[in-house]
Ligand binder design. Sequence first.
Ligand SMILES: Cc1cc2nc3c(=O)[nH]c(=O)nc-3n(C[C@H](O)[C@H](O)[C@H](O)COP(=O)(O)O)c2cc1C
Length: 283
Amino acid sequence: MKALILYYSCSGNTRLLAQQAHEALLSRQWNADIFHLRDFNTDRYPHHPDLIVLGVPVQYWDIPNSARHLIENLPPYNGASAFVFSTFGNCVINRVPYLLAKELIGKGCTIVGGAQIVAPHAAKVDGRQRLGDLETAFGKGQPDDDVSMQFTAVIQGIAEKIEMKNIARIELAELKKLHTRGMLASLMEYCTSNRERMWFMPHIDHDAAKCKNCRQCIESCDAGAIGCASEKEIAIDKSRCNKCYRCIDVCPSGALGTNWKQAVFWVRAIRLLARGAETKFVA
Ligand SMILES: Cc1cc2nc3c(=O)[nH]c(=O)nc-3n(C[C@H](O)[C@H](O)[C@H](O)COP(=O)(O)O)c2cc1C
């Protein structure tokens, strides 16, 4: 049996779960391949998998902007089963597994399961530690051993059903059970785009004096928002920036930063809108 595991990840949480799904399938003697969506080249992957596992983090209550077009550009996988999951920082609001499932149904897949999994919130406190590595309310210690075991069991259970040709389709509406709740949050999600929600978060600052022009930030930016202003200076196109803050992580000279106090303030404020933010599975 063949599986294709695709994920998007900025700070590693989603990658870890994708790797876990990979191991779960290998342990059942599946032929399983795993790719970051950024590195997945459809021309070099001519196979037709029996199962697709697709996972992304939640960013601004949504599929990360940079992951969205990579997912849209995936080819059709008619007849393949699909399991979708998202990791999120215990905040609001998560229609992401539902949206992923919708995309894959459009590519001919049958949804056989989904999950939303609490993981450490990636916003940084003073640019160093992640909020979610410090506070339980923002996913510290998650996914714990119980959740990890459950995740592996769900993936293996799905694999077993596919092996037995006993595929149990999940209706798209079932995935709505994974959503966090909250009237105000739902209303805001309905009324705003993720770019509008991004508006509250601070821009990336660039300190030219510290910049060594290594260009790692340019390579790391999936939005193509960072370019060269001159041979020695980078330029950030704010209108294209998705405010995922990955460039700050990869900058070895501390030339990129942001107002983390402002970022953390908004993350805390938004968390007050979340209801029922917890790890959930549908399978
Ligand atoms: C730019 C940004 C936006 C985020 N937006 C949300 C959100 O709307 N709701 C939430 O619960 N967590 C949010 N988070 C937290 C991430 O979803 C969480 O930390 C996720 O597990 C990160 O996955 P990764 O390590 O694979 O990138 C956000 C994180 C970042 C960096």
